[in-house]
Design a protein around this ligand. Structure first.
Ligand SMILES: [Zn+2]
Length: 417
């Protein structure tokens, strides 16, 4: 009997000892973060921003699908849900409704930025909140504009008015519970972009986006670059660009999941996430770009050399002609009107209408003169004409082909006479 009790006690004691481990290992196996909703912005008859080659809705969808693929292949235990996988029009409010229904852990909406300023560039990521700057308000207004074309918009958005401050405040009352996590995730995305994407980091912001409005989980909207900027549109439209952006977001998701689930799972490098054939294509593209650049440079160099040769030839011919014209006179006057760091061709437009254009080099700078006179008085008369085009024109003197000062010229005149 005694022995029997002892056996039981030992059994319970062992179970008690093991309990925390059993509980722990169960937690280990069951990650808390296991559902993500990827929302490709726009779709169907709502193309979003339109670039010169691509539409926002298509780029957003391509990046979304790539991101989903990366999660499915590399993040076991996390299930991906899409708001759309085809070119389809979905009302903004329905997008987060889907996420709420399945009790998702994260909602991510993917978009492209656009601006009438063609040089506007960079990536930025938003969480829900009152837009504090003109830019934030503009971006939200553009992305929200879709609801104006949705049916029953009054009912679905509680009469939300895009342009009223009341509408803005009403929207910002939602979502506050998840603001910190949303901002944290947004920062992780921007951090990845800034390290791996050749675009400016425009940072993390807050604005009221209808698509994030009622999401009852951390939710962000990421603008992956400007479709209105030629260089960025090219990148956003390329397979390599899309895979890089998807890989950045994927890494941010891994970091975020590690943090909230207290994990330390390794996160694959970007280069490991981009498919081999895409990297290969990009390598070939870069090589071709380099070759094209080198060709362009060598053509430009050749053109410059030819132009210099031509200018030099003209310079010699012009000098000979000038000497001949002066009939062996040692002292001549000209009107100087231009100075240039590079040698110009005498057929340059700058010399139109001028006579006897002549150039000489002084201390590495090319000086240009017009007219050829035996006396300073004649040169001064001509100077008036040159001044109509070149206000700073002035008379210069040459003795035996060498530039001399006017004082020196006067002295030479008086001694030779
Ligand atoms: Zn958009």
């Amino acid at each position: 009997m005694n022995e029997h009790i002892n056996k039981h006690s030992i059994f319970y004691f062992v179970v008690l000892l093991l309990l925390p481990f059993l509980a722990f290992s169960q937690n280990e196996n069951k990650s808390k973060f296991d559902k993500i909703v990827i929302d490709a912005g726009h779709g169907g008859n709502k193309p979003g921003a339109i670039g010169s080659k691509y539409k926002e809705k298509d780029i957003a969808l391509s990046v979304s699908i790539k991101l989903g693929k990366l999660i499915n292949e590399n993040l076991k235990g996390v299930k991906v849900y899409y708001t759309r996988v085809i070119d389809q029009d979905i009302d903004l409010y329905k997008r987060s409704t889907v996420a709420n229904k399945i009790n998702a852990d994260l909602f991510l909406s993917i978009h492209c930025n656009s601006s009438t300023n063609k040089s506007a560039s960079g990536t930025e990521t938003y969480a829900m909140g009152l837009g504090k700057t003109e830019n934030n308000l503009e971006v939200a207004k553009k992305e929200n504009a879709e609801i104006l074309t949705e049916s029953n918009s009054i009912e679905n958005y509680q009469g939300f008015d895009l342009n009223s401050p009341e509408g803005d405040i009403l929207l910002s009352l939602y979502q506050n519970a998840y603001l910190q996590s949303s901002l944290d995730f947004a920062a992780k995305i921007q951090n990845q972009y800034s390290k791996n994407v050749p675009m400016k980091n425009r940072g993390v912001h807050q604005a009221n986006f209808v698509v994030l409005w009622k999401a009852s989980m951390p939710a962000v909207l990421t603008e992956i670059g400007f479709i209105s900027n030629t260089k960025e549109e090219e990148y956003l439209g390329s397979e390599y660009g899309q895979w890089t952006i998807a890989s950045c977001i994927f890494r941010a998701i891994c970091e975020y999941r590690n943090k909230i689930d207290g994990l330390n799972d390794p996160i694959p490098e970007i280069s490991k996430l981009i498919p081999e054939e895409v990297k290969e294509q990009e390598k070939i593209r870069q090589q071709n770009l380099l070759i094209a650049q080198q060709q362009k440079e060598s053509i430009e160099k050749e053109r410059k050399e030819l132009a210099e040769q031509k200018a030099q030839q003209e310079y010699i011919q012009n000098k000979e002609a000038a000497n001949k014209a002066m009939n062996g006179k040692d002292l001549v006057y000209r009107v100087q009107f231009l100075s240039s760091p590079t040698q110009l061709s005498l057929s340059d437009k700058k010399f139109t209408g001028l006579e006897d254009v002549f150039s000489y080099n002084e201390k590495g700078s090319w000086k240009y003169t017009a007219g050829l006179f035996a006396s300073q008085k004649e040169a001064l008369d001509y100077q008036k004409r040159v001044k109509e085009t070149y206000a700073d024109a002035f008379v210069v003197a040459f003795y035996k082909g060498k530039r001399v000062s006017i004082v020196e010229a006067k002295r030479l005149e008086s001694t030779t006479n």
